[in-house]
Design a protein around this ligand. Structure first.
Ligand SMILES: Nc1nc2c(ncn2[C@@H]2O[C@H](COP(=O)(O)OP(=O)(O)OP(=O)(O)O)[C@@H](O)[C@H]2O)c(=O)[nH]1
Ligand SMILES: [Mg+2]
Length: 376
């Protein structure tokens, strides 16, 4: 990848991205349930395509029936072709030794939460499943019981699903809040059921998971963009603080590149928060800041031309207010680009629509930086 002279430096971005990934850590979820109940569908709905892209995962030990899929800030443990009942003992044996090994490892390597899935339309919950859940709990794993494919029209749940949920609840199993989470992860146009219950499941997963992996879960999940926005805004605030400090000594135009590492670091961090892959965010970062880079000798100087009023305040130097406004504008514009990338609005990660990225970034940058300058 060729590097522009100023503006976005791919190497700075890569460094920031990988540092952020390391410090964010990983949220590890174990998911169980009988074949075909909708485990993969639930994971895809909650965490986006990240998991599917990691392929088949790898067995945690040779011959193990437990697989780990690891991608960025997310780890998923699951099984393949395992029958709860006949294969339970083997899976639980693998899990027991795994959990034992992980005890001495850092928090981010351990299993944080288990989801046990039951298909609501099966209308039955077997004793072998109850014993499996008890065994999970005895390993110290918090178990959330998820009813999948639950029909819901308006605010009415399907009576069958409610009956199954009540029957499970009566067993008094060691599950979180002693009640199932009612979900549907895929719109069913035939029956007219929409996706529901995922936000509640996620919110309680945040409560149950250790605080030390909350940032990883914010980054990994792909349904609650408010949480991502809040995390991004914290990072923007930090970068604006750094830029303000840098600008406290008026920076000559020619030295405005001093702001570039601050802004690039912020962008790397925000990309991680949105779960955007490194390769995709590199391409998007180059596209987004490319116009600024082409227009002048540095992002900061060329951006002056884009922001009404900025030129008059500075007179040959970049001052603190302008440095802050630019950094804020870039942060907000990049946040917008990352959110849309995460939602797939710019196309697939390996064929991004660069023109669309540019225009979204520039429009948002001008708007946000200008507002920030006016607010002074
Ligand atoms: N309508 C609807 N269909 C679902 C839902 N979840 C799963 N399905 C369908 O049920 C089938 C099985 O779903 P999977 O997600 O592959 O089930 P699984 O538990 O991962 O299955 P295995 O990996 O084979 O154990 C697929 O055809 C899905 O489309 C859901 O929430 N709603
Ligand atoms: Mg599956």
């Amino acid at each position: 990848m060729s590097e522009p002279d100023f503006g976005f430096r791919a190497s700075d971005f890569e460094t920031a991205y990988s540092e952020e990934l390391t410090s964010t850590g990983r949220f590890n979820l174990a998911i169980f349930g009988k074949t075909g109940v909708g485990k993969s569908t639930l994971i895809n709905a909650m965490f986006g395509r990240t998991v599917a892209e990691t392929g088949i995962g790898r067995p945690v030990t040779r011959d193990s029936q437990l697989y780990l899929h690891q991608s960025g800030t997310l780890g998923i443990y699951d099984t393949r072709g395992v029958e709860i009942g006949t294969d339970s003992e083997r899976v639980l044996g693998d899990l027991r030794s795994l959990v034992g090994q992980l005890e001495s490892r850092p928090l981010q390597d351990r299993i944080h939460v288990a989801w046990y899935c039951v298909r609501s339309t099966d209308a039955r919950f077997e004793d072998t499943e109850a014993r499996f859940i008890e065994a999970l709990a005895s390993l110290g794993l918090p178990v959330m019981l998820v009813l999948t494919q639950v029909g819901k029209r308006a605010e009415e749940y399907s009576p069958d699903a409610l009956a199954l949920g009540a029957a499970i609840q009566r067993r008094g199993l060691p599950i979180v809040h002693n009640r199932p989470y009612l979900t549907n992860a895929l719109r069913d146009p035939w029956l007219g059921f929409g996706v529901h219950g995922l936000q509640h499941l996620l919110d309680d997963t945040f409560v149950i998971a250790p605080a030390g992996v909350a940032r990883a879960l914010v980054a990994a999940q792909q349904i609650d963009f408010d949480r991502k926005r809040r995390a991004a805004d914290n990072r923007i605030r930090a970068a604006v603080g750094l830029a303000t400090a840098a600008g406290a000594t008026p920076i000559p135009f020619s030295d405005a590149a001093i702001l570039v590492p601050i802004q690039t670091g912020m962008m790397g961090s925000i990309a991680v928060t949105y779960g955007v892959r490194l390769d995709a965010s590199l391409v998007a970062g180059l596209a987004a800041t490319g116009l600024a880079t082409q227009a002048g000798r540095s992002v900061a100087t060329s951006l002056v031309k884009l922001v009404p009023g900025a030129g008059t305040v500075i007179g040959g130097t970049i001052n603190a207010a302008v440095a802050a406004a630019f950094t804020f504008g870039m942060g907000r514009a990049w946040r917008e680009v990352c959110e849309r990338m995460a939602k797939g609005e710019f196309g697939p990660a390996d064929a991004l629509d660069n023109e669309a990225i540019k225009s979204v970034f520039m429009a948002e940058f001008k708007r946000q930086a200008t507002n920030r300058l006016r607010r002074r």
